[in-house]
Design a protein around this ligand. Sequence first.
Ligand code: FE
Length: 131
Amino acid sequence: MANTKDMDELKNKLTPEQYRVICEQGTELPFTGKWLKEKGTGMYVCAACGTELFSSETKYDSGSGWPSFWDAAGKNIELRSDTSLGMTRTEVICKKCGSHLGHLFDDGPKPTGKRYCVNSCAMRFIPRDQM
Ligand code: FE
């Protein structure tokens, strides 16, 4: 996260599970997330700062147990190498606030071949008619 003050503010705003995922690079259990089966049209935004992250247009069922997208909605995603847990992965972060969102893999569908594997609790879903 950006700095300690931001983290203190977030701690009051987020659930303990959200804090563990977003601020401590945690991962929610597969097949438990709120948005896994969401099929509505709209935008997934950062749970911490509200920045638009992923469109429902790019959401697909990867079978992984986490909401999956084959592209990001704009340029609001930052990627960072993550070598924790003995693996080399690409961490997906909210560019605006630094929240941990999930990881990026190269086994996604066309046209990008990318799979943004994102924790439900790191996002809020805004249906199109509420945007
Ligand atoms: Fe954010």
